[in-house]
Ligand binder design. Structure first.
Ligand SMILES: [Zn+2]
Length: 350
């Protein structure tokens, strides 16, 4: 039977909603401002209106598998509750799944936005030919997601995959999570701009100082432009990004020996500025990587792939749409999923 579902990607600035069919074909995408400052009831209302209009428009496209919603923050996966979100200040212990299920009367799967992005890349992007992968989303912060056996790995209480808070500098820059030296403090867009300001303050980065005065856009993208034009201080910042990623990914390679590590998010578009350092450093930081790097093994042998994401900013939207489809696939299995609808998206872990 043909199925389709509706995916929602709620960010701090944009609310994006898409109808996607079972083969991953985009039927329609709507984008509006998230207007989170108008409060959570307003956002939920906008979301439900858009979902309903897509649901009516595409009701002849097959059976609606459900609604998948990706939101930034900590999620209680069992109850579909947003516990805390940095971008959604009044979403504290907010039972999103229950609210939307009550309004729309259909299956809703709530997921962390970085996990949704990992699922999107697994379904239709860089990870489409593998069943096991880790994904890093380099944006304002650094998010992460783990896919084992084709399903998201949630850990005990849904908080697994916080790869941005992997420590890469024991006494490094303080992190919003309370620790210091997290990957997020060296590989996010925020960190890149901070490191540029630090370089300017040190007095040894004239090219960046010019940038800070407005000659170039002083963002991670503007700093990337300086790096590819050959400005050494901008290149050093992206080398720091590459080194931090290598330490983070190297630890994961050693621990999990997965076949694929995918790097997405806005900062990933600066791939050619950080990737050479990252690959060089990975061979030093992880023996497992150095033994299994594509350049070290025969072409048809198993190897470790570290690669750029393919779906850009749509990864989270496609991944969110995929989640209720996986739930309904699992629901048709006997016994296992009985009465445990949304738990069914958890991997069949040991
Ligand atoms: Zn942290």
């Amino acid at each position: 039977m043909r199925v389709y579902s509706i995916g929602v990607d709620l960010g701090g600035t944009n609310l994006r909603i898409a109808a996607v069919d079972g083969d991953g074909k985009l039927l329609e995408k709507l984008t509006t401002g998230a207007e989170v400052q108008r409060g959570r009831d307003f956002v939920i209302g906008e979301m439900c209106d858009a979902i309903q209009s897509l649901g009516i428009k595409y009701r002849d496209s097959g059976k609606l598998a459900g609604i998948g919603i990706g939101v930034p923050g900590f999620i209680d996966i069992d109850t579909g509750t947003v516990m805390r979100s940095p971008n959604l200040p009044d979403w504290i212990n907010f039972p999103v799944r229950e609210q939307i299920e009550r309004k729309l009367g259909t299956t809703v799967v709530l997921e962390n936005d970085a996990n949704s992005a990992a699922m999107g890349e697994k379904w239709l992007g860089a990870g489409r030919n593998t069943d096991h992968m880790a994904m890093y989303t380099l944006g304002t912060g650094v998010g992460g997601g783990l896919v084992f056996n084709g399903r998201l790995w949630h850990g005990m209480s849904g908080m697994a995959g916080e790869l941005g808070h992997f420590n890469v500098e024991p006494e490094g820059h303080p992190c919003g999570c309370g620790s210091r030296g997290c990957l997020e403090q060296y590989a996010s867009a925020t960190a890149i701009v901070r490191m540029a300001h630090e370089a300017v303050a040190s007095g040894n980065a004239q090219d960046l100082a010019d940038g800070a005065r407005g000659n170039v856009e002083f963002t991670s993208r503007g700093i990337y432009q300086l790096a590819i034009q050959g400005h050494a201080s901008a290149q050093r910042i992206y080398q720091t990004v590459g080194r931090a990623l290598a330490i983070g990914i190297g630890g994961m390679v050693n621990a999990l020996n997965l076949p694929m590590y995918v790097i997405g998010g806005g900062v990933a578009s600066a791939w050619d500025a950080f990737a050479p350092t990252m690959f060089e450093e990975l061979k030093i930081r992880s023996t497992i990587y150095s033994l299994t790097a594509p350049s070290r093994v025969e072409q048809d042998q198993k190897h470790t792939v570290v690669t750029i994401a393919l779906l850009g900013s749509d990864a989270g939207l496609y991944g969110a749409a995929r989640l209720p489809m996986l739930t309904s696939i699992t629901q048709t299995e006997p016994v296992r999923s009985k009465g445990r609808r949304n738990r069914a998206i958890k991997p069949k872990g040991k």
